[in-house]
Design a protein around this ligand. Structure first.
Ligand SMILES: Nc1nc2c(c(=O)[nH]1)N[C@H]1C(S)=C(S)[C@@H](COP(=O)(O)O)O[C@H]1N2
Ligand SMILES: [Mo]
Length: 383
């Protein structure tokens, strides 16, 4: 196995912007006010402090099962490979954990509401071009149609995290090499260099896949036989079976359950918010709005429906976003008839091009990840 020249990662002198990890989400009403999420409405998810790195000095090492290990500067990433742009949703796997905990049963984890998601435009070289330049194909030659069974691990050694000395995640090599998957090493978010919070100078962007694998402040890409050994790949971000009801039992399960990759079909209602009082229009309707995301690479979202009778009947919402692609979210709106009164509830349900439809609830799991039950707006007063 070839190794790169820079296999030792000495921790750089880091200026810490926060002591505690920065974790926040915008109000969901603000989030759905634009198709492309501006930086000031983008959620933040960090398992450690935010490093402020010097882009001119930063390098990404490519090593492992490759014939030509590389050590790439940010200029190399920008100038040696074609730049690719992709608009896609980025979601924390724990998005909507609050709904799982309130509707099903208590879970462990940050109490994310519905806004740990953003829909941004990312730009940088394709990972496949870089892996090809590193000669991965001269070693890995799977038979036509067969999977290589190998993994690509992404690592960030810049800062220590809460549960590990470094941060890392991995996905399978085949996805990384696929033209369709559009995995890139992003240098830009929304036409500007990444900000420190979102991974400056470079992060991995893996459309359709849980945010935990989109490693920020990327230092190293390793083609290897195993998944990343990092805590956040092995002991977190997994959908544990329902019999795992506490962290002690979880210890016996972590290595039996696969890491999360694709995010599920989902939709949420942003307007009206829970507990709001809403006035009927002269024609006896109210406006309902939200976002919806497809499952993995099976987008775009093709249909969103809403219900005022607990899912007995549904009416079609209008998908408002015009330039959707298979990775992006859609924003939607519906005008619905509803009776005056208290304690009203509205539900939403999305379907994507792959035919995946949201179900009433998804299965409870200890870490509260991947919740995708119907979108819900509860306890409304209609006047
Ligand atoms: N190096 C590093 N990369 C990371 C993380 C981290 O803590 N450290 N958090 C991950 C998780 S869990 C998510 S959901 C996304 C969040 O990206 P954002 O902060 O740009 O919203 O980054 C991922 N990449
Ligand atoms: Mo996350």
């Amino acid at each position: 196995m070839a190794t790169a020249t820079t296999t030792e990662y000495r921790r750089q002198k880091i200026e810490y912007s926060v002591d505690k990890p920065l974790n926040k989400e915008p109000p969901v009403k603000k989030l759905i006010s634009s198709f492309i999420t501006p930086e000031d409405a983008a959620y933040d998810r960090n398992h450690g402090p935010i490093p402020h790195l010097a882009g001119e000095k930063h390098r990404v090492v490519v090593d492992g099962i490759v014939s030509r290990p590389l050590s790439l500067s940010m200029d190399d990433l920008r100038t040696k490979y074609p730049q690719h742009e992709v608009i896609c949703a980025l979601q924390c796997a724990g998005n909507r954990r609050h709904t799982m905990r309130t509707l099903l049963k208590e879970v462990e984890g940050i109490d994310w509401m519905d806004a740990a998601v953003m829909n941004c435009k990312w730009k940088g070289p394709r990972l496949r071009d870089i892996l090809n330049a590193a000669g991965v194909r001269s070693i890995v030659k799977p038979a036509k149609g067969a999977k290589s069974g190998l993994h690509v691990a992404f690592s960030c050694y810049a800062v220590q995290c809460q549960n590990d000395d470094w941060f890392g995640g991995s996905i399978d090599l085949d996805t990384c090499l696929s033209l369709d998957a559009e995995v890139i090493l992003a240098l830009e978010m929304n036409d500007k260099p990444l900000s420190p919070k979102h991974g400056y100078p470079v992060r991995v962007v893996i459309p359709g896949v849980a945010g935990a694998r989109w490693v920020k402040w990327l230092d190293r890409i390793t083609v290897q036989q195993e998944e990343s050994s990092n805590f956040y790949e092995q002991h977190d971000y997994k959908i544990l079976p329902p019999e795992v009801v506490d962290s002690k039992i979880a210890e016996k399960y972590w290595n039996k359950v696969p890491p999360m990759t694709d995010m599920p079909i989902n939709s949420v209602i942003a307007v009206p918010d829970d507990n709001e009082t809403v006035s009927l229009s002269p024609s006896g309707t109210i406006e309902v709005r939200g976002y919806a995301v497809p499952r993995g690479d099976q987008g775009p979202v093709t249909r969103v429906e809403v219900s005022t009778d607990d899912g007995k009947s549904w009416s079609e919402a209008e998908i408002q976003s015009k330039h959707v692609n298979k990775w992006s979210w859609v924003l939607w709106k519906a005008s619905i008839r509803i009776e005056k009164g208290r304690g009203k509830q509205i539900l939403s349900r999305a379907t994507d091009a792959g035919g995946n439809t949201q179900q009433k609830h998804s299965q409870w799991n200890l870490r509260g990840v991947g919740y995708n039950g119907y979108g819900v707006s509860r306890n409304l007063t209609i006047v």
